[in-house]
Design a protein around this ligand. Structure first.
Ligand code: SAM
Length: 247
């Protein structure tokens, strides 16, 4: 095994085979300061998809900036939690290599948790809402995908699934979110959703980052992925429940 030769390069062969060179922090910050990009990082809902995401140099910095906006725009702990989750639903990453996607997911979870918990404690003198933390994990697991962005496939040949999180109009003071799955192909070709719930995180991510309990939390009808079904619209803090309805 080759030794790591710099902070931005893991090995010569990885650079040659996968073009793997990580962007240094100062350059990420400089690029995100470009006016058109900066404006998007200051919007909770502007979407970013990084199709060669590495360990998340860009996505983690964008998340940090969006969480700051969530903080600025919130007046209480509940609103802050919801805005943090809205910000998170706008960030997507695809990465080919397993060790990188592990780091990407861990870096996103850790950035979210650190900022959310610290702000809730310091600014609102409250304890973190576990449902916000659990829902954040589900969003990150859905939006950070291990696969080949050029072939639009996962390692086993299945299509890469991209999750849409649509904010529904507020009804009786409650804002719900509708989760829908598309293949990456369908998004690029402008086609419709899959019509089924395809995504099983452990499979799409090929990872064992989450506990058995968390992996079991997605309850598909009889384990059949072909049946026509959809996610039920839920409150943002109920995303973790992953409720599914058969059509
Ligand atoms: C130049 S690095 C950039 C990483 C990160 N965006 C950054 O700025 O630090 C390119 C990344 O793309 C990944 N990669 C290479 N080919 C890919 C493919 N076909 N699909 C998805 N990711 C790929 C590599 O593993 C590597 O992590």
């Amino acid at each position: 095994m080759e030794k790591s030769i710099s902070r931005n390069i893991k090995s010569k062969s990885r650079v040659e085979n996968f073009g793997e060179v990580f962007t240094p922090d100062w350059m990420v910050k400089k690029m995100l300061e470009q006016p058109e990009i900066k404006a998007k990082t200051e919007s909770l809902t502007a979407t970013f998809l990084e199709s060669a995401a590495g360990e998340g140099a860009f996505l983690v910095e964008i998340l940090k900036r969006k969480l700051y906006v969530a903080d600025q725009e919130s007046t209480d702990a509940k609103e802050f939690g919801e805005k943090c989750l809205i910000a998170l639903t706008s960030l997507y990453g695809i990465e080919l290599l397993e060790d990188n996607i592990v780091m990407l997911v861990m870096n996103m979870v850790s950035e979210f948790n650190n900022v959310y918990i610290e702000t809730i404690n310091r600014k609102y003198n409250e304890k973190a809402d576990e449902h916000v933390l659990d829902s954040a994990k589900i969003i990150i697991r859905a939006n950070m995908v291990q696969g080949d962005a050029l072939k639009r496939q996962r390692r086993n040949g299945d299509p890469i699934i991209i999750t849409e999180w649509e904010l529904l109009p507020i009804k009786r003071g409650i804002r719900k979110i509708q989760r829908t799955e598309y293949t990456f192909d369908a998004i690029i070709e402008g086609n419709g959703p899959t019509g089924t719930v395809q995504q099983r995180y452990a499979e799409q991510l090929d990872l064992d980052l989450f506990s058995e309990e968390e992996n079991k939390s997605l309850k598909l009808p009889s384990g059949d992925v072909e049946v026509e079904c959809h996610y039920v619209p839920v409150k943002l803090t109920d995303i973790y429940k992953q409720l599914i309805e058969i059509d």
